[in-house]
Design a protein. Sequence first.
Length: 508
Amino acid sequence: MTKSIQPLDRIAIALMLLLSLLIGLVIWQGDAVRPSVRNLTWKHIQNQEKDISLTDFTSQSYKIGAEYKTFILTFSRPMDTKSVEDNLKIKPTLAGTISWAGRRMGYTFTKPAPYGTSYTIQLQGAKDQFAATEGQKRSIQPFTSTFSTRDRVLLYIGANSEAYGRLVLYNLTQGQKKILSPKDLIVMDFEPYSNGEKILFSARTVNNPDLLSAQLYTVTTGISANSSSTTEAVGRIDLILDNKKYQNLKFDLSQDDQTVVVQRGKKDDPGDFGLWYVPTTPEPGAEKPTPKRLEKQPVGDFLITPDSKAVAVAQGQGTAIIALQEDTTKPLDFLPQYGLVQAFSPDGSQAAMVKFNPDYTRDLFLVTNQGEQKQLLKTTGSILSCQFDPTSPTLYCLLTQLVSREQYVEQPYLVAIDLKTAQQKPLLTLPAGQRNVEMSLSPDGLGLLFDEVEAVVNTSITLPPNTLKTDDGEAIANSSLWLLPISDQTTDKPEQLPLVGFHPRWLS
């Protein structure tokens, strides 16, 4: 007797036949899922990666600075590298090099992306690694992402009635000006935080003419790298270090924004003079950071190293490298022939150092962390400041040459030095007799800021307590700011900015 097939069995057989047919179609067709870009990551020059969601970049809510020179695309599957490289487009064009590690592709800019610009990354038509062997024409899902560089922003100390002695922020990209510090303070020096959100500055009160009465403050700029995050209000002041027991002189802020090193002298004991370091964030349970002494170290000019772990200090006829927050009684290194560090390269592999000679001339040397030493120039005048170009092996320096030995008159000038050949290229000669010139190289290497200070001629008159003064103690009558554009190692004529002030600095 034949057993009849039940309805449930018919359904099961039909489902099995259907699944077998679908499996056969999949095997015959192959993998039809298209490859895609899963993630975009930006890599910091100090090898730190910041994972930015594609949504953030599509909305242009995140702005990168010169410290991010590499973006990394992570794909959903192994890709045909040549097809990716041939089809990757960046508009406007940003030259760079490509490297691969499995499903990750890194694109490193040859030069930092110019500030104040929006960019689009596009990828379409690229194939995965197995498309050709499987006889498929499977291309990547079209990918588009946008990002912007930070605005071109500069800081300076105002010298007109509106912003006299106050810290001013000027956005060149948008043409906007903000006065950051209050009217009752005369700003003497400042350094911006690396993210541009705060400025560390020293200031005295308007009624106190004593240049040694400065206290250290921070002020918020209202700027944030990520515009989707909450920003602090502009001009919020916090006291970092008072002057009750000690005079606060020169200071330096570490690149990681975590430490301030301050030169201090005790008010009632002139012999108690040394370096202190102050964390920028208080310890758990404390309201304010606690300053700590760098023990048993003589005090000269100093500069925090780019890794933020040590400070280079001029000591007698040499320069010592002193560790921070560790054993400060013994130098990590000592360079006896160099009396001053002018600048470190951003990665810390090179330093511009000054050698003082017995005949009163000065030599500028390039010193590397591999022990190499190369003389770059000799001058009868002064080496006022130097900065490494982030876009090329070039060092920009502000120098002086002695034009009158009898009256000791110096003439400042700007020069670009090729670090490979030590060849000098004069950029601009400034009026003789001015020593209080300061310069600042933009983070994208496309412009030099400098000031032109006019000193008070009649020194016999009594000046008010709030009179602005240079580092040399000269009273300032007026000051103008200038921008020298730089492109492809050529320079244009300097442009006077519609700003009255001195001590210009680019915001990174």
